[in-house]
Design a protein around this ligand. Sequence first.
Ligand code: PLP
Length: 440
Amino acid sequence: EKVKEQYAAGRPLSLELYREACRFLPGGDTRTATFFLPYPNFIEKGNGPYLYDVDGHKLLDFQNNYTSLIHGHGHRPTVEAVQKQISLGSAFTAPFEAQLRLARLLTERFPGLELVRFANSGTEANMHALRIARAFTGKSKIIKTEGGYHGTTDVFEASVDPNIKKAGSLDQIKVIPESRGVSANALKDVLVVPFNDIERTRTVIEENYKETACLIIEPIMGSAGQITPTKEYLTFLRDVTRQYNIVLIFDEVVTGRLSLGGAQKFYGVTPDLTTLGKIIGGGTPVGAFGGKREIMELYDPRRKKMYHSGTFNGNAVTMAAGLAAMECYDQDAVDHVNGLGRLFAEEVRNIYHRLGLNMKVSGEGSIYNILFTDKEVRNYRDVAASHEELNKLLYMLLLTKGVFNAERGMFCMSTAMEEADVRFGLQQVETALTQMLPVI
Ligand code: PLP
């Protein structure tokens, strides 16, 4: 409470705007994930690795709009591409070249992408991937992991962040709706398996393959706490889904940044379908889904098998922004952010050691999570046991020290950062954890 008071005392203008916003928007915003107590700080602008709030605080941004801003804020080539494009028109009911160029870049980089289509969000991309998997296999069930996040729509809002006391045993995981209003009928199509658990996943597949259209997975579970896969698990999924005619979907909305060709290239496992979002829009709303030609061709209008449209699909501004951002995200840029990420993780471990804390840091590449647990982390339940309240306290303390991360303990690097920025962030983490020692 004391830390909340300290935070609030420095943010009178945010409080004013928050009260005003609550008159027109439930909770003062349109994203549940941006809310925290006592009230969120309103942001005035971003520049490079920094955010500036309306109360005059400068914050080093380890959030990067939930990992979507690979180049931080106001990336020059992206800004110029958007300015140029918007003056020439922002959306046309016709195809145009920038879309083709972004599609070519993505299919050249991601081993699993032969054909690709664009959408407006990662949620939408996953909805369409699911639909085409159903169309292709003639089956309707979906297998997902406990703790796996694939966006905000009925079937995917199953067992994303369940109370593990109510979620049954790992041998028979109960499907739990994430939100009120999720269709109970839709959830009848969903089966949930534990991440990284070959035997239990195999059992669910063998018992249900006749009705199962797809298995969707984040190769690294992001919102669950940056839980990394074993290579054996991903390879097993590849083999078993092939054996049982189940479409394997990698949701690479977040992991798309792990290498030039995402997690599939990094781990050397190629799915049937891939969904993308976040960084490929250069900071504008985007989603993409694609994969094997024989599957994606169902969308070819000449074949009239499936319908997929959307007023802003592949719109000119997003395509221009995405193309500029992705062209700049070359191998050097990947090495830069992943290098910063690994430095971050290594130094966080050194901090734990200096403070005598038996804690974990999870993740890979440029995204990591501080975990208040001493357990080995293989699946959602291992992380769910870590302390949510402590992560919230760390988040609030860091905000008062000029560092913005995600409330759940996530830290994400951008190419706008240099080593000195990361080291500044680490210093603040050490000071905050030192202050927290009496309660950890
Ligand atoms: N899939 C994953 C792995 C995500 O992390 C997210 C968003 O955080 C989504 C899908 C949904 O993307 P969007 O928020 O663009 O709908």
